[in-house]
Design a protein around this ligand. Structure first.
Ligand SMILES: Nc1ncnc2c1ncn2[C@@H]1O[C@H](COP(=O)(O)OP(=O)(O)O)[C@@H](O)[C@H]1O
Ligand SMILES: [Mg+2]
Length: 207
């Protein structure tokens, strides 16, 4: 088990493994764990897609849960803002929480812009093989046209500083496990592509 040494303050702590294996949990759940890490511009469809995939997986009996941006900022990360350091810490904590969910045997879907490649790559390192990066690929113009939360309009008026895609960079993934064209494909088509990815990775066990 690799742990991130640089961030740890406490000394005299020892990792303690349990006796229930990943296989034990997979047999009970009917599937292996996975972390579907959605990344993309605001309005690209991360939340919509994560919820739709969650519904589809739940309907087939999977243990599945969504971690979504604003929800996590209400609680776990309520002490974080939008400075560079806080954005990085936001994503670091999400990665660690997703790892715990995966250790518990679940399929977890994370829906955060997560614009920095380095932050996503750290989550990939922490989580390991279960990590599947999914790019909600959608042109900025389409996201801005949708503007489901009215944030682009506010960012254009200068009311939101460092808004991803407008006044802050978005680093698209170079080699995501999957890129879904949320700008041109229907929601159902995108959901099918994602469940297809899970099937091709042998996440589902035959019961
Ligand atoms: N294929 C698609 N996948 C996801 N969302 C889509 C798709 N096509 C259209 N949409 C719409 O795009 C918007 C995406 O908003 P949202 O999911 O809140 O984005 P994000 O969470 O990435 O900020 C929603 O209004 C959704 O209905
Ligand atoms: Mg969202």
């Amino acid at each position: 088990m690799t742990r991130m040494k640089e961030e740890r303050k406490a000394e005299n702590i020892t990792w303690h493994d349990g006796t229930i294996t990943i296989e034990d949990r997979a047999r009970r759940n009917g599937h292996y764990p996975a972390v579907l890490w959605f990344t993309g511009l605001s309005g690209s469809g991360k939340s919509t897609l994560a919820r739709a995939v969650e519904e589809a997986l739940f309907a087939r009996g999977c243990q599945v849960y969504v971690l979504d941006g604003d929800n996590v900022r209400h609680g776990l990360n309520s002490n974080l803002g939008f400075s560079d350091a806080d954005r990085a810490e936001n994503i670091r904590r999400i990665g660690e929480v997703a790892k715990l969910f995966a250790d518990a045997g679940m399929i977890v879907l994370t829906a955060f812009i997560s614009p920095c490649r380095a932050d996503r790559d750290r989550a990939r390192r922490v989580i390991g093989d279960a990590f599947l990066e999914i790019h909600a690929a959608c042109d900025l113009a389409v996201c801005e046209e949708r503007d489901p939360k009215g944030l682009y309009a506010r960012a254009r008026r200068g009311e939101i500083a460092e808004f991803t895609g407008i006044s802050a960079p978005y680093e698209a993934p170079e080699k995501p496990e999957l890129s879904v064209n949320t700008g041109h494909r229907s929601l159902d088509e995108c959901v099918e592509e994602i469940t297809g990815l899970l099937a091709s990775r042998n996440i589902f066990l035959d019961r």
